[in-house]
Ligand binder design. Sequence first.
Ligand SMILES: [Zn+2]
Ligand SMILES: [Zn+2]
Length: 329
Amino acid sequence: MRAMVLERPRAPLAARDLPDPAPGPGQVLLRVRACAVCRTDLHVMDGDLRDPKLPLVLGHEIVGTVAARGADATRFEVGTRVGVPWLGWTCGVCRYCTSNRENLCIRARFTGYQIDGGYAESCVADERFCFALPDAYDDVHAAPLLCAGLIGYRALRAAGDAEALGLYGFGAAAHLVAQVAESQGRRVFAFTRPGDTAAQDFARQLGSEWAGGSDQPPPVALDAAILFAPVGALVPAALRAVAPGGTVVCAGIHMSDIPAFPYDILWGERVIRSVANLTRRDGEEFLALAPRVPVHTDVEPMPLDQANEALRRLRAGEVRGAAVLAMPS
Ligand SMILES: [Zn+2]
Ligand SMILES: [Zn+2]
C-alpha cells in the first residue's frame, strides 16, 4: 500500500510503499476512502505530543471499507463503510473505563499516534472502536465528522446550556460546531486570526451573528467560549469575554503556554476546563445528530501524496473547513 509516513518528528512525511497490514483478532482491514487532516496531526509531527510510534502513519478521521476481518471480528460485513476516530483502543478495566469516561483511559491508544492511521491506502482498526456512518454523507464529507465533528460536539456539551457562545479559531471543528449550536437556538460569535476576513466571512455565511479578530471584544458578554486555536494567550482573552458564571473550554490536545492573568478575570465563578479525546458514545450521538441538523461539512479534497501540502495549508490557516485526503474512486 501507498502511505505517507512520519519517520521522525519535525520532518516532512515520506511517501512509502508498505505491505498491507494484517488484521489481528477483533480487527478489520480497511481500504481507506478518505482521511481528514486534523490539527492534532501537526502536533504529532511537530513533536508537541511526545509518545508517537515511529515510523507512523498519521490520520485519525478515516472513512474506509471493510476488506477483511481478523479472527473473531464479526461486527461489520466485508464491504461495509465505517469510520475510525482518534480513540483506537481502551483497556476496559481502569477506573475511567468503568465509569463511562473511556476518553481518559490510562492505557488508551490513539489512531494516527500509537496506532497507524489513515494517511495510507489501507489500515487496520479494532472493530469495537469503529463507527457506522450515516448514508447522507459521501466519503470526503463524512471524514471531518470523525474528529472535528465529534470532539467539537463534546466541547459544545462541556459549554453547557450557554446561549451566547464564542468560538475561537474558525476551522474544521468550529465550522461544524457552529451549525449544531445554531440549530439548538444558540447565538454564535466567531473569533479568527486578526485580519482573516475570509474566515470571518465563512463564519457569517454559516450563521454566526458576529465574526471578528481574536483581539477584539465580542459585542455582548458570552455565556461560554470554546477554544479550538492552540494559542494559550486566548485563554485570558476568552475569560475577559465571558460573563460571570461562564465557561472557557479548551478543546485542543496541545496549546502554547497560558500567560499569567489577574484573578479578577476568573472571579465570578468563571470556569476554565479542557476536553480530552472522545468516548464511543460521543461518536454515536454526534453521528446520529449530524444528518438531522443537518450539518454540512465544507471540505478541500486533496490526493494522498499531497499530505504535506495539506498540512502546510492547515498550519498557515489557508483551509476553509477541513482538508481531506481522498482516494481516487
Ligand atoms: Zn483530530
Ligand atoms: Zn481504561
